[in-house]
Design a protein around this ligand. Structure first.
Ligand code: COA
Length: 302
């Protein structure tokens, strides 16, 4: 039987790091030592043993608050293609879930993206090129769907994760997806975190909330259409009607969006405008018209 264990003795740890080097560094002619990093002393290490006790796979989980990162995952070449890689990922996922981690993140080598996609990870953007020659893609997997959302709660959690990593100010502003039903998307912000000297919401925050609401709706709609792309704002015009002095909520509707995203299917850029309304309680406080551009994701070929 295959078993996944935590290497503990000095001999087990030696075997673990040796395998890590052999599988992940030696193929690139990188020296012994390059298989380690500064998080090793605080991370969880896992190793798969074949029925005869031979180490055949390694994987590492580093937990930082709500988020955990999988790194150094690899399996001996002769053992691949039998579902053992999936078992390693399941093991790391269970460890993370037991620690109440909300999301898993990782940088996957481009040739491993499909494997991680099959393990439930979502590709969310470009990652680092390590050692100047190993390109990666950023991938995430949410472990706790957004409790407040009925429709596509995992996707909304993925979007929150995407923002937390790619648009960190969204967390500072207290952005919170309050509604998504496939047609309309509502995004709340924390008024106290965005207040100005007059006791109302800062105009720049109102603008940002609108931009993100449009971005979020497009991101979800891309997923509904099975498309990959990163929305970018090319132009934005906002009209402020009233001060925002209670519960700011931006609302965007998908009207006509599936059609405007179609160019992406042919590998072409999609350009379109989207209106977002921002409410202060029940009062319409601002209207934003954004010109968004979505470029098709191009992967390096192998
Ligand atoms: C990536 C790796 C861990 C996958 O392990 P594995 O045991 O071969 O994967 P599994 O057998 O569990 O495969 C699960 C599914 O993913 C698919 N898959 C696995 N590797 C794949 C790849 N490189 N490309 C496309 N699909 C892949 C399998 O076909 C299988 O699909 P199925 O469920 O439809 O049959 C292993 O190939 C490996 O160690 N690669 C080298 C190191 C590496 O790239 N590590 C990742 C660093 S980020």
């Amino acid at each position: 039987m295959y078993r996944v264990v935590t290497p503990q003795t000095a001999a087990e740890l030696d075997a673990y790091y040796q395998l890590r080097w052999e599988l992940l560094r030696k193929p690139f002619n990188l020296p012994i030592g390059s298989e380690r990093d500064e998080y090793d002393s605080v991370a969880i290490h896992r190793m798969m043993l074949a029925p005869d006790g031979t180490p055949i796979a390694v994987g590492r989980l580093f937990i930082g608050g709500d988020e955990a990162q999988i790194r150094f995952m690899a399996l001996r070449p002769e053992c691949r293609g039998q579902g053992l890689g999936t078992l390693m990922v399941d093991d790391l996922v269970q460890l993370a879930a037991a620690e109440k981690v909300k999301r898993l993140v990782m940088n996957a080598r481009e040739e491993a993206v499909e494997f991680y996609r099959k393990c439930g990870f979502l590709e969310v953007g470009g990652g680092p090129v390590t050692f100047g020659r190993i390109p990666h893609r950023q991938m995430i997997r949410s472990l706790a769907p957004l409790q407040t959302i009925q429709y596509r709660p995992e996707w909304c959690q993925d979007l929150t994760t995407r923002w937390a990593r790619g648009v960190p100010i969204s967390e500072k502003m207290g952005m919170d997806i309050s509604h998504y039903d496939g047609q309309t998307f509502h995004l709340k912000a924390n008024l106290a975190a965005n207040i100005n000297v007059h006791g109302a919401m800062f105009a720049g925050s109102i603008y940002s909330q609108c931009v993100l609401a449009g971005w979020g709706l497009i991101w979800l709609q891309l997923r509904e259409e099975g498309l990959l792309g990163e929305p970018v704002l090319a132009e934005g015009n906002i009209t402020y009607h009233h001060p925002v002095d209670e519960a700011p909520e931006a609302r965007a509707a998908r009207e006509g969006m599936p059609a405007v995203l179609q160019p992406l299917k042919a590998g072409e850029t999609a350009r379109f405008s989207l209106k977002i309304r921002l409410y202060s309680g029940s009062k319409l406080a601002a209207e934003f018209l954004g010109q968004y551009v979505v470029e098709p994701v191009k992967r390096a070929s192998h």
